[in-house]
Design a protein around this ligand. Structure first.
Ligand code: PLP
Length: 178
């Protein structure tokens, strides 16, 4: 989620909408970029951020909305997209609980600009640790892949598979997590 926000150009002076009911990571990653998390209350029935309250908090500094599909319940993505798209606001979904969640006929992972899944040990699909990010922005995917591997231009598959060893370059001042 942190790298997706960076790929979306989120930084100091920007605001990102985050629901009140979530794990701390959703707001923490906003703070890591230097932007300000704007907390929006959830609907008691859906446990997800209320689209009307999201709309009410959008302003000139809003760069992204982070819908959380809490406990696998899909957010009202049509309304959230309708608020975001005309204003050029990006949607980064927190799908840590939402493998296989469907919103209005579309699976979570193909709806917003980027979607983050968690395979941590407490989640519904888990590998112990790990996660996955989906996006259909090829430039984001490229940048995020590089940033998630110390800024290296080639991962292990590209360095050692097929035609033999290849040298890599360090393109970004990234650690394994930034
Ligand atoms: C668990 C969780 C995360 C963090 O996922 P990790 O894979 O542990 O980094 C983020 N958001 C929510 C809503 C979570 O429940």
């Amino acid at each position: 989620m942190h790298l997706a926000l960076l790929a979306a150009g989120v930084g100091p002076g920007d605001e990102v909408i985050v629901p009140t009911l979530t794990f701390a990571a959703t707001a923490n990653v906003v703070v890591h970029t230097g932007a300000t998390p704007i907390l929006v209350d959830v609907d008691r029935r859906t446990m997800n951020a209320d689209p009307a309250r999201i709309e009410a908090r959008l302003g000139p500094r809003t760069r992204a909305i982070m819908p959380v599909h809490f406990a696998g319940r899909g957010c009202d993505m049509e309304r959230i997209l309708a608020s975001a798209r005309p204003r050029g606001i990006k949607i980064i979904e927190d799908a840590a609980h939402a493998v296989e969640t469907v919103c209005e006929g579309r699976k979570v992972g193909v709806i917003g600009d980027a979607t983050s899944f968690s395979f941590y040990v407490t989640k519904n699909v888990m590998t112990g640790e790990g996660g996955m990010l989906t996006t259909d922005h090829d430039d984001w995917a490229e940048r995020i892949r590089t940033a998630s591997l110390h800024g290296l231009s080639l991962d292990a598959w590209k360095r050692y598979a097929g035609s033999g060893f290849k040298h890599y370059e360090v393109l970004l001042p990234a650690s394994s997590t930034t």
